[in-house]
Design a protein around this ligand. Structure first.
Ligand SMILES: *Cc1c(COP(=O)(O)O)cnc(C)c1O
Length: 461
């Protein structure tokens, strides 16, 4: 029997040859869509994505030898800043990204909470957020009883759009949480200028975009505070973790206080500013930090591999008429946390959901990620304001706090951010099959799945 995977791999430099071989093989062997009971394009799992290896293991052994698993003390003492690993990571991270201060915490979610507290958010302040992001970037304001106000995203970039932000600014607006979604940088030039004009802080959520660059500056350093994630879905990870960066010493001080029981520390430390000084325990362990230090060194190579895989995929996918490749902002470098494609149902003649369903049937999950299913999705997350918490406007208790006490009305109805909704419900396809570890032959299978579904599109119309 023909192994068309090998053939497609060998001929993949020439798209037409690939198409012809794909056509030929389907006729001979796999003439039916997997969705309709035919053979899958891909029958084995895709390779495991694990950036963690023996270097990390060596570092972990050092932590075991030292017997220091954490050294944080929640009082004013030299150990208020944590153990030796924490100190080293913060120094190395700040140097690497060219920023004054780095603060290690136990997740990017914690980091977002710290950031919203550190900028001095008052109850019922408004913070402008994107609806098209991981939920924590929009729920962070609620932790300080502030109100998340959603602005729409820009169509081909998926990040907050400056003109939509401007329409949402009121006398209560305190900050904008911008998200470098899918690895695409936010529109830093225009949004920073708008923020300066209105005296707003910018918190940059770069959980999906470490090592992305805008001109000569890295993500995280473009606004007032930048936030990175080290959870296991991200470019680099240590299981769970998060890092904040800032060039502002006063903000860095607040972040460290909020991370580690501020209220118990401030008197002895001589802090007189009581604003948002309820502290948490957002401390990272020495073991996680030891892994994170190794991971930091690997980031340039891991990002380059993603870019290389995307270039290879796009060489073929860009030729498919009903797909639009993601744009990369002028002056910016994308780091491809996800590959976000726009699907044109008019050209294809079928709805995106049907297309994605057929794609999923052709592919397989990644090793160790079987429970996450096939990593091709219709859209990303449902626009956040459509979640029950926003629909019913209840965050704390049962009486609608903080919205009910704000004295203003907030509209989270369907249609509020039409671009995000349209992308999510109709046009966007995201996939993650560009992770390091994918071989050329693996990537060819992704292309072949797209081609096969399109070839057979009449059968699912
Ligand atoms: C993953 C992610 C977060 C949260 O990261 P955790 O470290 O899991 O808390 C926040 N924002 C965005 C955009 C993310 O992708």
């Amino acid at each position: 029997m023909l192994n068309w995977n090998d053939i497609a791999y060998n001929f993949s430099v020439d798209f037409n040859a690939t198409i012809n071989i794909v056509r030929f093989c389907y006729r001979e062997n796999v003439s039916k869509l997997a969705l309709l009971g035919g053979d899958k394009v891909r029958k084995t799992k895709f390779p495991l994505y694990t950036p963690i290896g023996k270097e990390e293991f060596e570092e972990i052994k050092e932590v075991f030898r030292s017997n220091i698993f954490s050294r944080f003390l929640g009082c004013w003492h030299e150990d208020f800043f944590g153990g030796p690993q924490v100190g080293s990571l913060e120094k190395e991270w700040a140097e690497f990204f060219g920023v004054e201060h780095a603060v290690a915490v136990n997740s990017a979610t914690s980091a977002l909470y710290c950031a919203v507290g550190a900028i001095g958010t008052e109850p019922f302040d408004e913070i402008i957020v994107s609806p098209y992001t991981m939920c924590a970037s929009a729920t962070a304001p609620l932790v300080y009883n502030a109100i998340p106000v959603f602005a729409d995203v820009k169509e081909n970039y998926f990040c907050l759009d400056v003109s939509f932000i401007e329409k949402k600014i009121t006398d209560r607006t305190k900050a904008i949480i911008v998200v470098d979604i899918f690895g695409q940088l936010y529109n830093a030039g225009a949004i920073n200028a708008l923020a300066r004009k209105h005296n707003l802080k910018i918190i940059e959520d770069c959980a999906q975009a470490p090592y992305a660059r805008y001109e000569d500056r890295f993500t995280g350093t473009l606004g007032d505070i930048g936030i990175f994630s080290l959870n296991y879905h991200k470019h680099i990870h240590c299981g769970e973790g998060g890092i904040l960066v800032t060039n502002d010493s006063a903000l860095a001080n607040k972040l460290r206080l909020i991370r580690n029981h501020a209220e118990a520390v401030m008197e002895a430390k001589g802090e007189t500013d009581l604003v948002n000084m309820v502290g948490f325990n957002y401390r990272m362990t020495e073991m996680e930090v030891a892994i994170a230090r190794c991971q930091l060194k690997k980031i340039p190579k891991l990002v380059e591999e993603r870019r290389k895989n995307i270039r290879y995929l796009e060489e073929e996918l860009a030729k498919i008429p009903c797909l639009t490749m993601p744009k990369v902002r002028d002056g910016a470098e994308h780091v491809y946390y996800a590959h976000a494609l726009k699907f044109d149902e008019r050209t294809a003649g079928i709805h995106r959901n049907k297309f994605v369903e057929a794609m999923k049937a052709e592919l397989m999950p990644m090793e160790l990620r079987e429970t996450e299913e096939i990593k091709v999705s219709s859209g990303y997350v449902k626009p956040l304001y459509l979640q029950p918490m926003f629909q019913r406007q209840i965050a704390y208790g049962s009486k609608g706090f903080p919205w009910s006490a704000s004295g203003r009305k907030y509209d989270y109805s369907r249609g509020s951010c039409p671009v995000a909704e349209d992308l999510h419900f109709n046009f966007l396809i995201t996939h993650e099959y560009m992770r390091p570890g994918m071989t050329k032959s693996d990537l060819d299978d992704i292309v072949a799945a797209f081609v096969k579904v399109l070839e057979h599109i009449d059968e699912i119309r």
